[in-house]
Design a protein around this ligand. Structure first.
Ligand code: C5P
Length: 202
């Protein structure tokens, strides 16, 4: 039987780190679904039509995830993510991943609400916009991108608004989701809290 952990929340709240750690702890597979939208966004920046790009997405598109982490690709991802046909083209792959035996952790914006409404465990990981912008700034600088706090904060707010206000699959805490606010938590504390939720519900 499949056991799915759905982790949703805004950018840079810590859900990717938590998802990876939860998957490693329980021996589950992990899918960062944002990479799918980023890979579509990258194809669109290269000139493809969004829906075609989503339908033609192949494993090779995800081969080098670090190359998908730029602010420009994040912005393109959140723009293609409002298109219903783009989202529809990515559903089967995500559901098949969730259905694999041995357990799966998926993180994104609509995992608990749309992709895996029957998930055994649902977490909504969040943090204040300022805390998330600071985390993202540090990540971007560590990756060699030259940017500043105000720019990153504006990007975070713009992407939050786009993700939360879109008509299809908006970012929202699912019913039964446990809300984890990581604003004042260390990574270790947030991971421990998430593992405790999985253990309690599993
Ligand atoms: O999580 P990440 O920042 O990589 O996601 C990039 C963008 O992809 C998000 O801003 C969002 O617009 C979109 N996304 C989505 N649904 C998901 C995962 C990501 O709409 N499940």
């Amino acid at each position: 039987m499949s056991f799915t952990v759905a982790i949703d929340g805004p950018a840079a709240a810590g859900k990717g780190t938590i998802a990876r750690a939860v998957a490693a702890h329980f021996g589950f597979a992990h899918l960062d679904t944002g990479l799918l939208y980023r890979a579509v966004g990258r194809r669109v920046l290269a000139g493809e039509v969004p829906v075609d790009a989503a339908q033609e997405l192949a494993p090779g598109d995800l081969a080098n995830p670090d190359a998908l982490r730029s602010a420009a690709i994040a912005d393109a991802a959140s723009r293609v993510a409002v298109i219903p046909e783009v989202r529809a083209a990515l559903v089967d792959f995500q559901r098949a991943f969730a259905a694999r035996t041995g357990g799966a952790v998926l993180d994104g914006r609509d995992i608990g609400t749309v992709i895996c409404p029957e998930a055994a465990v649902k977490l909504f990981v969040t943090a204040s916009a300022e805390v998330r912008a600071l985390r993202r700034l540090n990540e971007l600088r560590a990756a060699g991108h030259d940017t500043d706090f105000e720019t990153v904060l504006a990007d975070v707010r713009l992407r939050d608004a786009r993700d939360a206000e879109r008509a299809i699959a908006p970012m929202i805490a699912a019913e039964r989701a446990v809300i984890l606010d990581t604003s004042k938590m260390s990574i270790a504390e947030a991971v421990a809290a998430a593992i405790a939720v999985v253990e309690a519900r599993g």
